[in-house]
Write a protein that binds this ligand. Structure first.
Ligand code: AMP
Length: 374
């Protein structure tokens, strides 16, 4: 089966790496002008002129990047099976549509307002803070990622500056959640509606970029895991979704979960599954889109994923550490750029944390690894 992938970054690269043993071959279609997958064939095209050529090479199409022109994706879906669907992509591209879906399915979220001007932003900030929010987070409806297109306001007087900084014509303004931790759940739905769930991962960000993901979590009760599974299962079924879906959540002090956002693709917070689970998220995504049986999502060992951001660090020293698995994407160093990650596995959580601290010492600017469960 020849798989077409829209987007040609590291997620596509890792999809291909896990698809070769399944007998798959890959063609990538890049609309950004900076593909980095460097595996299989890549067509670089910002105009859509080479779409027919791309489609002629593949049996089905998936994507590894959600900021794609929706018209182009609709064209793809006219000619080839496309998973996940255009509808799923459309919802995940737009925070307003996403929140509306969460509301419709009664999946709890932080209180929010939609605004179209700096004045409306100021009054939304005032209202949410009067209702008890310690601050608010204003986000562009479209195109935001890794904390870009966002601003935190602790007073309505900051509205003009935040509006100018974000530079979009419509924003969502959310109550700032004083969460205990950020977690994510990754689930996979096959073509016949079968669903499997990975255990929740705890995620730590710095400057809007994911730095560490830890899974499985010893302090997640069955009730919390099932709550997260219930939310994502509803999302999958309501979108008749096929493939991997990621739901990012805030866990509050009383244990409850609030949905933040979702991604219609394999996700950075699921990279731990490459070395820590029976089947990786990448392999399971490919199994799902091809209508193959889904693989076990069971965790094998406690695992921590550490992102390599901006500078490579001492990769040789890292490889010398027990349990450390290096995954480099073949990118050159640049501030804030995701260059690769390390999955550290160990028999128990204490040994894992020891190894994670050792790895982080070899990564310039890595924040101190701290998790709520250890
Ligand atoms: P997002 O692009 O929505 O995932 O936001 C990026 C990061 O900003 C999240 O991972 C959180 O760390 C933080 N953040 C976003 N929304 C909120 C919120 N309502 N309250 C507190 N922190 C938030």
């Amino acid at each position: 089966m020849k798989i077409g992938v829209l987007g040609a970054g590291q997620l596509g690269q890792m999809l291909a790496l896990s698809g070769y043993p399944l007998g798959n071959r890959f063609s990538f279609f890049d609309t950004t002008g900076s593909p980095s997958a460097e595996i299989g064939e890549t067509i670089c095209d910002q105009t859509g002129a080479r779409l027919t050529e791309f489609l002629s090479q593949v049996d089905l199409v998936t994507y590894e990047f959600e900021h794609l022109p929706l018209e182009l994706v609709k064209q793809v879906a006219h000619h080839k099976p496309l998973f996940p669907s255009v509808e799923a992509l459309g919802v995940c591209q737009n925070r307003e549509a996403e929140k509306a879906l969460f509301d419709r399915l009664r999946i709890p979220v932080a209180p929010y307002r939609l605004v179209n001007s700096a004045e409306e932003l100021a009054s939304a900030c005032q209202q949410l803070m009067a209702e008890g929010a310690p601050a608010v987070v204003a986000k562009s409806i479209t195109e935001g990622y890794d904390g870009k297109g966002q601003a935190v306001l602790s007073d309505p007087s900051e509205a003009n500056e935040a509006w100018a900084l974000i530079g979009h014509s419509r924003l969502i303004v959310e109550a700032f959640v004083s969460f205990v931790r950020e977690v994510s759940i990754i689930a996979v739905r096959g073509r016949s509606g079968d669903v499997v769930f990975y255990p929740l991962a705890e995620n730590h960000h710095s400057e809007g970029i994911l730095r560490y993901s830890l899974a499985p979590l010893p302090d997640v009760t069955d009730a919390i895991q099932q709550q997260a599974e219930g939310y994502i299962h509803q999302l999958l079924d309501s979108l008749n979704y096929v493939g991997v879906l990621t739901l990012e959540l805030f866990q509050c002090a009383d244990g409850t979960l609030l949905a933040n956002e979702m991604a219609p693709r394999v996700h950075n917070s699921g990279h731990w599954t490459q070395n820590g689970a029976m089947t990786s998220q990448f392999e399971n995504h490919l199994r799902a889109v091809q209508g193959l049986p889904l693989g076990s999502t069971q965790a094998i060992q406690p695992t921590c994923m550490i992102n390599i951001i901006g500078q490579l660090g001492d990769t040789q020293a890292i490889l010398g550490l027990k349990g450390a698995h290096l995954h480099l994407y073949g990118k050159s160093e640049r501030a804030g750029r995701k260059l690769g990650h390390i999955n550290v596995v160990a028999d128990d959580l204490q040994s894992l944390m020891t190894q994670v601290r050792l790895v982080s010492k070899h990564l310039p600017n890595a924040p101190e690894p701290k998790f709520t469960c250890v």
